[in-house]
Design a protein around this ligand. Structure first.
Ligand SMILES: [Zn+2]
Length: 99
């Protein structure tokens, strides 16, 4: 899957907006991204049925491109998750109107 044409991180709103190459735009809240962290530690916690208490105030503070996706760094210090593009696309809450 191709990388999106654009990534916009709106920290004050707590949203990451992805602009895909087919023209679709998607916004994902930082709290949702944090709660869906795909690292082995977070995956294991979800498999155990641990209740993921994600602070709504958590913010995405850095984005490191990894080719097939992005490594996301959060304000709670967690930075182990690498989110493939396809995974991000599946996480999007609702498409927004381009432009
Ligand atoms: Zn994680």
């Amino acid at each position: 899957m191709d990388a999106p044409a654009g990534l916009r991180n709106a920290r004050s709103e707590g949203r990451l907006t992805l602009e895909w190459r087919d023209g679709e735009q998607q916004a994902i809240s930082h709290a949702r991204l944090r709660g869906a962290c795909p690292c082995s530690q977070c995956k294991a916690a979800r498999l155990r049925g641990a209740i993921a208490l994600v602070d709504e105030a958590v913010r995405l503070t850095a984005i490191h491109p990894q080719g097939y996706g992005v490594q996301l760094v959060f304000s709670d210090g967690h930075e182990r998750g690498i989110y493939p593009w396809e995974y991000l696309r599946g996480l999007a809450e609702a498409p927004t109107v381009p432009g």
